[in-house]
Design a protein around this ligand. Structure first.
Ligand SMILES: [Zn+2]
Length: 415
């Protein structure tokens, strides 16, 4: 086998040389059969050994564009003013992406009782009436094709979290079903996106019936954001315990002053990003209100527009060091990484990079970036025909490729 490969490579090198020779001869009469046979004998002796022979490529999973960490901005509670400010800031900062945690009953004109929705025998819900309270949200979602703004569920009503588990919206004992499965179904029906994550309301973890809520969330969602700031949000963290997928920690940012932003507060938010960048982690921000600077904001869950501007500007300034992602994309990425098995096959002609993971393929199809070592001799590299930049760090030469898990992988060739 190796001998055949060697011959093929020799032939390829020879063809390339012949082309070069032909191109450099104005007459174009170089390279008759006679000379090429002589050259072949000569070239076989002089051609350097195929760089892939015996080469063992080390490879590792990395974050997109080798970012040091990830940032997501989730804005809870669906206030229109916040979305309008967020949209303005997203225009200003091209890297910015925002996930809105939708309280369905705030946005969709479905009554809490009175027959606008029905609980079906199979345990699902049917919602009637398609009136969006704010067509604005639909526009926002679609204006960037779902790539800059997206939605996750923040329950149906938010209300039971502050009250108790006996709240009856016309369907006794189905309240939690409506908050979990129902909110997901409604977002899909009214906005056309299927939320993969539950964004847990902040008071949720204090309630007696949380175990039942969590059980339902695990049935209907792939993960859940909590307000636990200590969760590390690294691939290792998610690999360590599958329950950690339902404890994606976040940092709730608030400035409770009235009219004047607290000096230095944004620095602590920047530090949170920096701390996650040091461990390949995911800085997950929880924002509620963003308001134009002004008074009357004391003791509300508000940050000032100038603070949001500074924070988003800082994120932008980090460039490729940070991956700014929609919440569901970050979740896919970290979960896939947490169960990924990476292999590089070398058949002497190409390196084939493959990933298998333990995730359901129909949802977890986000390509993972792989840092693949290539031979030092290579000056050119390609992935499925596309030119790759060869990078070098500490004498190790490598390329970056994007590989979707559980596919045929990506082939890297070079010379
Ligand atoms: Zn909330």
């Amino acid at each position: 086998m190796k001998h055949n490969v060697f011959q093929k490579i020799t032939a390829a090198v020879l063809s390339a040389l012949m082309l070069l020779t032909a191109a450099s001869c104005a007459g174009g009469n170089a390279g008759t059969n006679d000379t090429s046979e002589k050259e072949e004998t000569q070239m076989t002796q002089e051609t350097p050994q195929n760089a892939l022979e015996g080469f063992e490529s080390s490879a590792k999973l990395v974050l997109p564009h080798e970012a040091k960490g990830t940032v997501t901005y989730v804005i809870d509670d669906t206030h229109k003013e916040v979305a309008m400010i967020a949209e303005d800031l997203a225009e200003k900062y091209p890297s910015l992406k925002i996930t809105f945690a939708i309280i369905v009953s705030f946005l969709v004109s479905v009554q809490k009782s009175g027959g606008n929705y029905a609980y079906n025998e199979d345990g699902t819900f049917s919602f009637k009436g398609s009136n969006l309270k704010y067509g604005y949200w639909d526009k926002l979602l679609k204006s960037y094709d779902g790539k800059r703004f997206s939605f996750d569920s923040h329950t149906y009503s938010h209300a039971p979290w502050g009250i108790d588990d006996t709240t009856d919206y016309g369907f006794p004992a189905n309240t939690i079903q409506l908050e979990t499965l129902g909110s997901k179904q409604a977002i899909k029906q009214f906005f056309g996106v299927e939320p993969l994550a539950m964004i847990e309301p902040g008071t949720g973890n204090k309630l007696n019936y949380r175990p039942y809520f969590l059980e339902q969330v695990k049935k209907h969602y792939y993960g859940m954001r909590t307000t636990n700031k200590d969760a590390k949000n690294t691939p290792d963290y998610f690999a360590a315990n599958v329950n950690n997928r339902y404890n994606i920690g976040s940092f709730m940012i608030v400035d409770r002053t009235d009219g004047v932003p607290t000096p230095g507060l944004v620095d602590s938010w920047k530090s949170y990003i920096d701390s996650k960048l040091r461990i390949g982690g995911w800085a997950c921000f929880c924002i509620h209100h963003i308001r134009h600077d002004g008074s009357g904001l004391a003791n509300q869950q508000v940050i000032y527009e100038s603070q949001a501007d500074e924070l988003f500007g800082y994120t932008e300034s980090l460039g490729d060091d940070v991956w700014v992602a929609l919440f569901d994309d970050a979740m896919k990425y970290y979960f896939e990484m947490s169960t990924a098995d990476l292999k590089v096959e070398n058949d002497g002609e190409k390196l084939t990079v493959k990933i298998t993971d333990g995730e359901p393929d129909e949802v977890f199809d986000f390509p993972l970036w792989v840092n693949v070592q290539v031979p030092e001799e290579w000056t050119e590299a390609y992935a499925d025909g596309e030119v790759l930049e060869i990078k070098e760090k500490n004498g190790r030469h490598y390329v970056l490729v994007e590989v979707a898990p559980d596919t045929d992988g990506v082939s890297v060739t070079g010379k």
